[in-house]
Design a protein. Structure first.
Lengths: 329, 385
């Protein structure tokens, strides 16, 4: 039951591509207007002017700006992200290694948050005004106002320092006494990812709940909810199948916005937990003026958001049959 | 045979400050099988509340204070193979079932009433236009109702029936695969009617079936209801503020005001031999297409709030005929025919008779002549202010 037409999808893809081109241009301009040059990390005291000139030449900094821009645009579109001066490795390799680690953390958090949030929002919206609603709602607001890094420290203190249940950093055990097999790797990652995910989802679900609760409350007054009840359906069916299904539509919009916040959150969390993902290098690369890496990480995060937006549009058409994309009048 | 027998039904809405809104107060009426019964009155008079309460569909703060709703049905778990209640159920004092096979719906639990909803009593809600769920196909919503009450039916059979039902109300069966937003207003209304007939209910409650529709569609919907009634033999309880709708389709009707039935009886009796000041006022305020120069006279004032009302007649503050007695207590239902023919003022409990709640039932001729004069209503306003 696809309601999305091929032409619309094609149009949407073109727009997404153009969006990325604009983002790339912005990236190029913004990073180059930052104080400090990216070769400053490569220059050590005692280098001669020729040596510095040599470095500038190697990194293409002597080309006119338009040429640099053109090269950048062409290289990025052909998958050539350049070399990182600080890691002394191709940026693409770095990304390929780090991206999945971030996606695991990111995806799991996103999924858990957008399962718990709408579920809680559904119950609170349905029972709005009751004691249960009031107490859970105010608790969640309290959570929502806590910074994620503070929660992480709190969790590290409780689960690592006090009870020594979970590791406080890294993705793998540093000097393992066990053999690396598929099972042990998985177990080890789960063991290490537990605290970061807990810290992120502990407050992350509230955003989705805040969207779901009022819309859920709104749909309880809708005629179709009354009719569903009048048909003799159980309260549970009425709530989930008829009310919540409709209240979910605005949550999909919230998911895209929530995504941006989640990126924020994971950058902080990755640094707190020394999680070797993109969030960690995004900070270090900016601090060290490692332009190729900074450019690539920002770019990939932008790609992620653009893809998610595209997906949301498709999800929309499934959630709400009234939305029809690309149907000519 | 009587299908529905409502006895002394009172419904209240709890208010936060501890008071209660008496939305319906000691209402008596009965609906025969195959009959169309109308509840008419201004908005806020309790007619919708009354209808919703029959199947416990009141808002969260609404509750049945007292009274019985005897309906000719038996819950599946209490029925023998003929659908009649088992003798053991009738004998059980804890089960609200009478020897004549009727069940007191007011005494059923929330879980039990769900089996009555739609299977026995279907509702076409006030805003039928918004009653279809926008995210499901129209046909599937009908199928859902069928499968809920007839779990042994296959999905295919239910789907066939849904298409058949749509066809009966003049919608092409293929449209079952469409969503509500692809339907016009009149089609949505008819789709809801089709849905209401899905489980072959005995009573159809039509809450303002024609409001918000233009007159042509109104007429079509009313015709639709009449055809269905002939075809399925279903009884219809119509709720409307529109007295002309009532004139068109009802057999009998009750005029409600402030949670009370003011006048009830066969439609012709009520229209031609009106016996209550409120009904007289209501008739005045409706235009007729034949009398173009007719001055419309509205009833001055607004309906009472019904929040912990006092004992007096509910209509007395707006009534030009109010006397001392009216302030003391709400009048009982008097037999209109007896009052007209013999001049005797007698109370009646006969649901079928033409009844009116007015202490001045003995002076009907005066009421009727005075009520036509505009000054009767307007002068009174100045006085009461």
């Amino acid at each position: 039951m696809t309601r999305i037409s091929g032409t619309y999808l094609a149009k949407r893809l073109v727009v997404s591509y153009l969006t990325l081109l604009v983002i790339m241009t912005l990236l190029f301009v913004l990073l180059r207007s930052m104080p400090g040059s990216f070769i400053s990390s490569m220059i050590t005291s005692g280098m001669t002017a020729e040596q510095i000139e040599q470095i500038r030449e190697t990194w293409g900094l002597n080309e006119p700006l338009w040429k640099q821009y053109l090269d950048f645009m062409i290289n990025y579109q052909t998958g050539n992200f350049g070399r990182s001066p600080t890691y002394n490795a191709p940026v693409a390799d770095l990304m390929i290694r780090r991206m999945p680690r971030t996606l695991i953390l990111f995806g799991a958090t996103f999924l858990i948050g957008f399962i718990i949030g709408p579920l809680v929002g559904m119950y609170l919206g349905w029972w709005r005004g009751t004691k249960k609603d009031k107490s859970i709602f105010s608790t969640s607001l309290l959570l929502y106002s806590m910074p994620s890094f503070w929660i992480s420290w709190l969790f590290i203190w409780v689960f690592n320092y006090e009870f020594n249940l979970l590791p406080s950093a890294y993705m793998f055990t540093q000097f393992p006494e066990f053999q690396w097999t598929a099972v042990t790797v998985m177990r080890d990652v789960l063991y290490h990812i537990a605290l970061p995910i807990m810290s992120l989802t502990f407050i992350g679900w509230v955003g989705a709940m805040l969207i779901m609760r009022p819309t859920m409350n709104q749909v309880t007054d809708e005629g179709y909810v009354f009719l569903a009840r009048a048909k003799g359906l159980s309260e549970r069916t009425v709530m989930i199948k008829h009310a919540a299904r409709n209240a979910l539509i605005p949550v999909a919009t919230g998911a895209v916005v929530g995504l941006a916040f989640l990126i924020d959150g994971s950058i902080i969390i990755e640094n707190v937990f020394s999680w070797p993902g993109m969030g960690q290098i995004i900070v270090s690369s900016v601090l060290e003026r490692d332009f190729p890496v900074a450019q690539a990480t920002f770019f990939l995060l932008a790609v992620l958001v653009v893809i998610m937006r595209l997906l949301t549009d498709i999800v929309y058409t499934y959630l709400d049959p009234r939305i029809k994309f690309g149907e000519s009048e | 045979m009587t299908l529905l027998d409502v006895n002394d039904l009172s419904i209240r809405y709890a208010v936060d400050d501890g008071s209660a809104v008496h939305a319906s107060d000691g209402v008596d009426f009965s609906v025969e099988r195959g009959e169309t019964y109308g509840l008419v009155g201004e908005s806020g008079c309790g007619k919708t509340t009354l209808a919703k309460s029959l199947v416990h569909l009141l808002d969260d703060n609404g509750y049945i204070e007292r009274g019985e709703v005897w309906f000719d049905t038996t819950l599946p778990q209490w029925a023998d193979e003929n659908g009649d209640p088992e003798q053991s159920v009738i004998d059980d004092p804890d089960k609200p079932v009478r020897a004549d096979g009727k069940t007191n719906l007011a005494a059923l639990s929330n879980k039990q009433i769900r089996d009555v909803r739609w299977r026995d009593i279907a509702i076409i809600p006030q805003s039928a236009m918004n009653a279809l769920n926008p995210v499901y196909k129209v046909g599937d919503q009908i199928v859902e109702a069928i499968l809920r009450h007839e779990p042994e039916t296959t999905a295919e059979a239910a789907d066939d029936r849904a298409r058949d039902l749509l066809e009966r109300v003049g919608i092409e069966p293929e449209r079952a695969d469409d969503y509500a937003h692809q339907f016009s207003g009149g089609m949505k209304q008819r789709a809801v009617i089709a849905m209401a007939m899905a489980c072959g209910p005995d009573l159809l409650i039509a809450d303002e079936p024609t409001t918000a529709l233009d007159v042509i569609i109104q007429d079509r919907i009313l015709e639709e209801l009449e055809t269905l009634q002939e075809e399925f033999g279903v009884s219809i309880l119509v709720i409307s503020h529109d007295i002309s709708v009532m004139a068109e389709i009802c057999d009998r009707m009750a005029v409600m005001y402030g949670g009370k039935v003011m006048e009830a009886g066969p439609k012709e009796e009520i229209f031609e031999r009106t016996a209550n000041p409120y009904t007289l006022g209501l008739k005045n305020s409706f235009p007729t297409i034949t009398a173009t120069d007719q001055e419309l006279v509205s009833i001055p004032g607004t309906p009472p709030t019904l929040r912990d009302p006092d004992d007096g007649c509910r209509f007395r503050d707006r009534c030009p005929f109010a006397v001392e007695e009216c302030h003391a207590s709400h009048p009982p239902m008097y037999d209109v025919e007896a009052a007209e023919s013999t001049g005797r003022v007698t109370e009646t409990t006969d649901d079928r008779a033409h009844r009116s709640a007015c202490y001045r039932i003995g002076e009907l001729d005066r009421l009727r002549t005075d009520a036509v004069n505009e000054s009767t209503w307007t002068d009174q306003t100045i006085e009461s202010r």
